[in-house]
Design a protein around this ligand. Structure first.
Ligand SMILES: [Mg+2]
Length: 387
């Protein structure tokens, strides 16, 4: 089988109201889909992480910089293709956008391998360790509001009513305001729900540590990206000062970047963005390094139904860490904010919200060959901005 072409599609639509986190406000949602075509008529789909204008720029990187390394290759040669691409861009971009582009292509190759062999991605990754995966509801983003604490409390209570047993809220406004928001959410959902806080690297260790102590008292389950992704020593400082697990990694790239997070023991939970940090081929390497150091992995998810499905397969195929009769189970991240590019993209949607409602907060990975998400032509036509 030979790869004949790569097509990319930047999908975008406007939200009714702007949403925010500690680094920015946004009023559009974007997804950048990558289609790798072959001479046998099989196409694979991937997704390259990166919003708005980042996706527009990434389209040019895929089509102009990376495509020549990939066309003519056999899609099963994922290692060869990954290293050809990386060696081609290494001198110019070892992190960030070029890696997002490589990720989208690499994921599409795994989709082709699954379709060609009739096997779901979780089987290509080595088998399913679990059929039921707890989904955690990511929400509570900043918005224009006269009473954000009340909004957060109402939204959190709504997620629990929708079936979620675990939820994640944004922090990173100021330590004082974060504590008020965290209190409101904990009070709204009671003590049985797992609650996580995500600062998107808004703080220095001197701010993150006292905030983390307050989150501990509220029995929060993890504190995500407390400090800047480049500040490895800051991570260690925060982690050593606190009992609450520290999560991070969504802004880290490749085995080389993750080596630092893992070797220096910066985090208690690693969150690789598979559609951004290097794709599935690189994920296997980072997973092996994390396991060798005893650091659990829970992939970061942001994007279309393709990104969500990839994560679902990966969490299904995650070995127990560590093994036990009743091992601690990984979760899958589910973004509960409005996202038509997830809900209206696939010919056969995953309908995870329905599963969460009916299965006590749990979802099951798809069994279709490959990633199991085939984008609908009409949906691509409707949302595409790069025609
Ligand atoms: Mg995050």
């Amino acid at each position: 089988m030979q790869i004949t072409d790569i097509k990319t599609y930047v999908l975008q639509y406007d939200l009714d109201k702007r949403l925010g986190y500690s680094q920015k406000w946004f009023k559009t949602r974007t997804a950048h889909l990558v289609e790798v075509r072959t001479d046998e008529g099989l196409s694979g789909w991937g997704e390259a992480h990166g919003p708005g204008t980042i996706a527009i720029a990434n389209k040019a990187i895929i089509e102009n910089v990376l495509k020549p390394y990939v066309v003519g290759m056999d899609p099963f040669d994922v290692e060869l293709i990954w290293h050809r691409m990386y060696n081609g861009i290494r001198d110019y971009g070892q992190k960030g956008m070029p890696l997002q582009c490589m990720s989208g292509i690499d994921i599409a190759l795994w989709d082709i391998m699954g379709k060609a062999t009739g096997r779901p991605l979780w089987r290509l990754l080595g088998g399913k360790f679990r059929d039921k995966i707890m989904a955690y509801g990511y929400g509570m983003l900043f918005r224009d509001s006269p009473n954000l604490a009340k909004d957060f409390a109402d939204e959190a209570a709504g997620l629990v009513r929708a079936g979620f047993k675990a939820i994640k809220m944004k922090v990173g406004r100021s330590v004082k305001e974060d504590i008020e928001l965290a209190n409101a959410v904990r009070f709204a959902v009671g003590s049985d729900i797992l609650v996580m806080a995500d600062a998107n690297h808004a703080y220095t260790p001197r701010e993150a540590i006292p905030l983390g102590r307050r989150l501990e008292r509220l029995d929060f389950h993890w504190f995500e990206e407390p400090v800047a992704p480049e500040d490895y020593e800051g991570y260690v400082e925060v982690k050593n000062a606190l009992d609450i697990p520290i999560a991070g990694g969504e802004a880290e790239y490749t085995r080389y970047g993750f080596r630092e997070l893992i070797k220096r023991r910066c985090v208690d939970i690693l969150q690789p963005e598979i559609c951004g940090f290097g794709g599935l081929t690189e994920y296997k390497k980072v997973l092996a390094m994390a396991m060798a150091e005893g650091i659990p992995v829970i992939p970061h998810v942001w994007g279309s139904e393709i990104a969500l499905a990839v994560s679902l397969h990966c969490v299904a195929a995650l070995p127990d860490m560590p093994g036990a009769v009743t091992p601690t189970q990984p979760m899958v991240e589910y973004d509960t904010t409005p996202n038509e590019l997830r809900d209206h993209l696939a010919k056969e949607p995953l309908n995870l919200l329905e599963q969460i409602k009916n299965s006590d907060g749990y979802v099951t990975p798809p069994d279709h060959p490959g990633i199991g998400i085939e984008p609908d032509d009409d949906a691509i036509h409707k949302y595409r901005i790069d025609k």
